[in-house]
Design a binder for this molecule. Structure first.
Ligand code: UDP
Length: 372
């Protein structure tokens, strides 16, 4: 293949890189993706029965504190005013998530005020004597105490990661804030929303450039040997796959989605309901209509999707990097190998083996292009 630039993967990282190269260097870019659609895991589609747009790989909320990222992405779509709020169900009752004052008061049957929370939690976590939290369980217990941890984090995390929270890095739980007030927005970033015409349209626009050619259903490993020696490759596929798994397989968690159309206009009253109980087999239910409050759906039906976290085997869709100590050791070896490759740039959640949110993926891609 005789292209000066090949982007492997048409997800948010690949689309950002392709756009920047086309605009900044005026060179041709070919974007390939093994799937039959653009957008990677951000891909959205419209359900034919209900007319409701759904996110094929789980709910994706765009949120960022970076003006640069926001300005870049807004060139291709405007965003609605959606603010993500998550509820969690535990033993038949519904609470705010992340844990906030409502969660604490409802769980303990108290009427604490914001100024009481620090003291209350301190008393609970002091008994645990954790000065330097070394894993997810210790971190969560030090932040919210053992009872709230057992109720809202332990079961959910076990289902999500398939392993005891003691074996997981503390950083995973640092993604969730802990609030002393009734604030219930999931994200606090100043810029948030869902692309007004959906993710599909956003990616169409990002890749709509006279110097960008998109080829779908194309596997990089089928064409790798035929690439011109001068071709620059921006690889956003799995890092270990690029090196033929020579140091072993990096661990991932995968997801399974089960969709259902229900004959009610509103099933759960919110876009994402988490399920904290270990004996509920799914982690959350997505109800897509709530992501676009500005759209009217008159069918009297709703579309929901149960999300199951599943063990990943080579060949399954990778979603979440597990990041065990073994993974980190292996990653280091792959990174050393990657640093030796000429004209190959690794990027994105798969290429970097990083738990990126969309905005972080865009920022990293913009910065990669700054450095070219
Ligand atoms: N988490 C939890 N209970 C919840 C939601 C999240 O214990 O109700 C923990 C869980 O370990 C999860 C992590 O917090 O993996 C990060 O959650 P986040 O919502 O950021 O995950 P994502 O949206 O990326 O799936």
């Amino acid at each position: 293949m005789n292209t000066p630039n090949l982007v492997v993967g048409a997800g948010i990282t690949g689309a950002t890189i392709a756009r920047r190269i086309a605009e900044d260097s005026g060179q041709k870019v070919t974007v390939i993706d093994v799937r039959d659609h653009i957008g990677g895991n951000c891909h959205s589609s419209v359900d034919s029965e209900t007319g409701i747009e759904y996110h094929c790989y789980g709910t994706h909320i765009f949120h960022t504190a970076s003006k640069r990222v926001w300005d870049f992405i807004n060139r291709f779509s405007s965003f609605n005013s959606y603010r993500h709020k998550v509820l969690t169900t535990y033993q038949g009752r519904t609470y705010h998530m992340p844990v906030n004052l409502q969660t604490i008061n409802l769980y303990f049957g108290l009427q604490l005020r914001p100024c009481d929370v620090a003291e209350f939690i301190k008393a609970k976590s002091a008994a645990e004597n954790i000065s330097n939290p070394e894993n997810l369980e210790e971190k969560a217990v030090s932040l919210i105490g053992r009872e709230l941890y057992e109720a809202f984090v332990k079961g959910y995390t076990l289902k999500q990661w398939g392993t005891d929270p003691k074996n997981l890095p503390a950083e995973i739980i640092s993604r969730l804030p802990f609030r002393h007030t009734h604030e219930c927005d999931y994200f606090t970033d100043p810029y948030q929303g869902i692309p007004i015409d959906g993710y599909e349209r956003l990616f169409d626009k990002m890749l709509d450039h006279e110097l960008i050619e998109v080829q779908l259903g194309k596997n990089f490993f089928d064409i790798k040997e035929s690439l011109a020696a001068t071709c620059r490759i921006f690889y956003t596929g799995p890092l270990d796959r690029y090196f033929d798994f020579k140091f072993g397989e990096l661990g991932w968690r995968s997801l399974r989605f089960e969709s259902e159309v229900l004959g009610v206009p509103d099933y759960q009253g919110t876009s994402v309901m988490n399920f904290a109980d270990i004996d509920v087999p799914y982690t959350r239910i997505h109800e897509w209509r709530h992501l676009h409050p500005e759209r009217s759906i008159e069918t009297g039906k709703t579309l929901i999707c149960r999300e199951y976290s599943v063990e990943w085997h080579c060949g399954d869709e990778p979603y979440y990097p597990v990041n065990t100590d073994d993974d980190r050791r292996m990653l280091e070896l792959y990174r050393q190998e990657a640093a030796k490759t000429e004209r190959v740039f690794f990027a994105g959640r798969l290429g970097m083996y990083k738990y990126y949110d969309m905005d972080k993926a865009v920022l990293a891609a913009l910065e990669l292009c700054d450095g070219l």
